[in-house]
Design a protein around this ligand. Structure first.
Ligand code: 7TS
Length: 409
């Protein structure tokens, strides 16, 4: 992996901020786009733009081919059995809303149980609260051990015969914990529950095989893996998707519409009402090709190096507290932290003044922050285009934050 060549592919990384190239450590929020993705978007709009699956003219056909062709790239990427199991949405959030509404609200009833973890992003939490409120199901949580930052295995026993849904992130956007989801998936299946796996923070960084994982639904966003915004994916096992009501109604998702009744299109079109984001789909296919070219083993190894450097450096700064596990071997390429007596927004502003982008706030995981007893945290999240030199620069600036706020120690 030639980091210099890779960085040359990302025009935005050449932005000068505070007299040096911008340090972008907010990849958990959204990632940057390389030239092949930008070119694919340009090419599509320059030569192929039309409305897919509608009309028989040359551009309608070109747009259909671009759209359907990208689906096959996504199918192969996650190893779905067929493109019937791959539905395009706007993002992870919409994919989860689709599952909650079209599966959860219609398949659950009073007394059923939904089990999620306290570390879930609101997209995988508020959605299940609504399902519980509407159906009378109970929403229960797997908590984390505050010392180790790992899930409390005794809470896995909450998954029982009443449990109909088990939903969790493969990688939490705050804890960044590396953890094997297979035991939880197997346990859920032993009790007949359906597993919803949130891959928003995993797919961009590691190879995922939905058949091997055997999850029932899998969701992710293009913009967190070098594609454009507004394109997301819902993978679902075909039998489950067949058994679900459409989410949105309108154009393209129909078979035949009469004045009073409608029959719906086959999968996946049944869930893709309205003119789709073809440009987004094209960008996603280009992003997948780009990531595959680099190779996920290389990406993981590089990010592990960065997170190890970051955690080792942060441990040397006495007033920096790492959230969750501080063992680099247990972390993906993201670290959430606080600085004693300095509000995370002040940390972010001071780092931003030095040309470093990190994220602060509750990271759309308020229940986790409440559970941990913190209002807000800072988060540095890395991607394959970040460098060891950037991490060293970040650590240097981080070590000066308290002094900049007027503290003498
Ligand atoms: N699930 C997880 C685990 C996430 O990290 C995010 C976004 C979502 C779902 C929602 O994704 P979206 O594309 O629909 O917005 N996480 C973050 C983050 O950590 N900072 O900004 C967005």
């Amino acid at each position: 992996m030639n980091i210099e060549l890779i960085r040359n592919d990302f025009p935005i990384l050449k932005t000068i901020s505070a007299g040096r190239p911008l340090v972008y450590f907010d990849n958990g929020a959204t990632t940057q786009k390389p030239l092949p993705v930008l070119e694919a978007i340009y090419e599509y709009n320059s030569r192929q733009n039309g409305n897919p699956h509608r009309g028989s003219h040359v551009l309608a056909i070109a747009a259909s081919e671009a759209y359907d062709g990208s689906k096959e790239v996504v199918r192969k990427f996650i190893n779905a059995r067929s493109t019937r199991e791959v539905i395009y949405t706007r993002n992870t959030t919409e994919s989860l809303n689709l599952v909650a509404r079209s599966y959860g609200e219609t398949h659950l009833k009073k007394g059923d149980r939904i089990v999620i973890t306290v570390a879930e992003h609101h997209a995988n939490l508020v959605t299940w609260q609504r399902v519980a409120q509407k159906t009378g199901a109970v929403l229960d949580y797997i908590y984390i051990d505050k010392e180790t930052g790992k899930f409390k295995e005794e809470d896995f026993a909450k998954i029982d015969a009443k449990t109909k849904i088990v939903a969790f992130a493969q990688v939490s956007n705050v804890l960044g914990l590396v953890f094997d989801p297979k035991p939880l998936i197997n346990l859920a299946h032993q009790h007949g529950a359906v597993v919803v796996l949130d891959g928003a923070q995993s797919v961009p960084h590691q190879q995922v095989d939905v058949q091997e994982l055997d999850c029932d639904f899998f969701v992710f966003s293009g913009h967190k893996m070098c594609a454009s915004g507004g394109i997301g994916v819902l993978y679902g096992k075909e039998a489950l998707l067949e058994d679900m009501e459409p989410f949105n109604l309108g154009g393209d998702m129909i078979d035949r519409v009469e004045e009073q009744v409608t029959t719906f299109a086959e999968l996946p079109t049944k869930f893709e009402a309205g003119t789709p984001n073809v440009e987004g789909a094209v960008s996603l296919a280009a992003a997948i090709k780009y990531l595959n070219n680099i190779g996920f083993e290389e990406i993981e190894a590089h990010e592990k190096k960065l997170v190890t450097l970051a955690i080792e450096g942060m441990k040397k700064i006495p007033y920096v507290r790492i959230i969750g596990s501080d063992n680099p071997a247990e972390k993906t390429g993201l670290v959430a932290f606080t600085v004693d007596d300095v509000h995370p927004h002040d940390v972010s502003e001071l780092l931003s003044a030095a040309g470093i982008c990190i994220r602060t706030g509750h990271h759309c995981a308020q229940p986790l922050h409440i559970y941990l007893g913190v209002n807000a945290t800072c988060r540095a999240s890395f991607y394959f285009y970040n460098t060891e030199e950037e991490v060293a620069y970040f650590l240097d600036k981080l070590s000066k934050v308290r002094a900049a706020m007027g503290y003498k120690d």
